[in-house]
Design a protein around this ligand. Structure first.
Ligand code: TRP
Length: 340
């Protein structure tokens, strides 16, 4: 199977996810629905970054293993089409590990320690002084992921922009040393719709905070989650004027309700007073149920045949490996590491 958009002049786009849990509405807004659109205009690679996930999950290897298929099911359920997008498993492409090893000589420990994404994640994970070396150096591995496929476009969340900057530093250093442009610099694109807050109103929707709505959520789970959605703590009586700022019910309606005029009218009524939270939540529940029902149905359909899902991953990985091998060969030649 070849990608139908395998025209050599079509820009290559690459993204990835660490498979550590099922994907949720935050992923849907931030990346998944864009990938469904990108696959028609770019040559798209989507990576299940299982090796990268191990850099902070060595104490729970099973979690990473289990979630590779779960995340692949989420991809297929939202409409990422394996005939258009190459879905690959990072750990099954040894060339990515090989490139990482060479790139590590093009970054300093001090530069890695200054990478804002890494710094932030070290705090979040409470590593303090016991930072796994593999974690500290994962920007080099991410540079390997991107450059192996000569991706020129990398859609990422805002928090990942420093990773792209560091990747481009590696590319420039490498090309300068080689005296030729072997590796390709890439451009980060950040989705227009910003980060989706959690159902509890916290800035980020995240599995560890327990404030997600998963793409595979059942109708009952969606109903229960919407009931708990954070609104306006000052809106006690229906007649009180309500506030929109930080109001998750309205933020979700803005993100998912196709009827923008209906939402605008509802906002006007809410801020004027006289509109209860239950009415807003009822609308939100309807919107989410309608949007997630077909995704859930497709997910269940694919989940019936895991063998087929694994076959899709196997074929995508094999196709990706061929490309990564060509780049690795070029890199090794440029480094003088070729003898026969
Ligand atoms: N670091 C990314 C994340 O945490 C996942 C990832 C791995 C990635 N390799 C990548 C993203 C290459 C873009 C390009 O979500």
């Amino acid at each position: 199977m070849t990608q139908p958009t395998a025209n050599p002049s079509t820009p290559i786009i690459l993204t990835g996810d660490r498979p550590t849990g099922p994907l949720h509405l935050g992923h849907f807004v931030g990346s998944l629905r864009n990938r469904v659109a990108y696959q028609d205009t770019y040559r798209q690679f989507v990576m299940l970054a299982d090796s990268q996930a191990l850099t902070d999950n060595m104490d729970d290897i099973g979690k990473v293993h289990r979630n590779v298929v779960e995340v692949a099911l989420d991809y297929l359920a939202v409409g990422i089409d394996p005939a258009k997008t190459t879905i690959l498993i990072q750990s099954q492409i040894p060339e990515l590990t090989e490139l990482t090893f060479y790139y590590l000589n093009l970054v300093t420990v001090a530069r890695l320690e200054r990478n804002p994404t890494v710094k932030q994640e070290i705090i979040l994970r409470g590593f303090e002084r016991d930072i796994p070396a593999g974690f500290l150096t994962y920007p080099a591995s991410q540079a390997a992921d991107i450059t192996a496929f000569k991706a020129s476009v990398v859609p990422v969340g805002e928090d990942q922009i420093p990773m792209i900057e560091q990747c481009n530093e590696i590319v420039r250093k490498f090309n300068r040393n080689a005296g030729r442009d072997i590796l390709v610099e890439c451009k980060a694109i950040v989705p227009e719709v910003g980060r989706l807050p959690g159902t509890d109103g916290k800035a980020k929707m995240s599995k560890s905070l327990g404030n997600t709505i998963n793409l595979g959520a059942s109708a009952d789970e969606i109903r229960a989650a919407v009931k708990m959605v954070y609104t306006d703590p000052l809106h006690l009586k229906v007649s009180d004027p309500g506030h929109l700022e930080g109001n998750v019910a309205f933020i979700y309606l803005d993100a998912f309700d196709p009827d923008k005029e209906g939402v605008a009218a509802m906002k006007e009524h809410y801020t004027r007073g006289g509109l209860g939270d239950s009415v807003v939540k009822k609308r939100l529940e309807g919107v989410l149920q309608e949007m997630l029902a077909p995704i859930r149905a497709r997910r269940e359909e694919f989940a019936k045949d895991r063998g087929q899902v694994l076959q899709i991953l196997k074929e995508g990985t094999a196709r990706a490996r061929e490309i990564a091998a060509v780049t690795t060969d070029e890199v090794k030649k440029a480094l003088g590491l070729s003898y026969f």
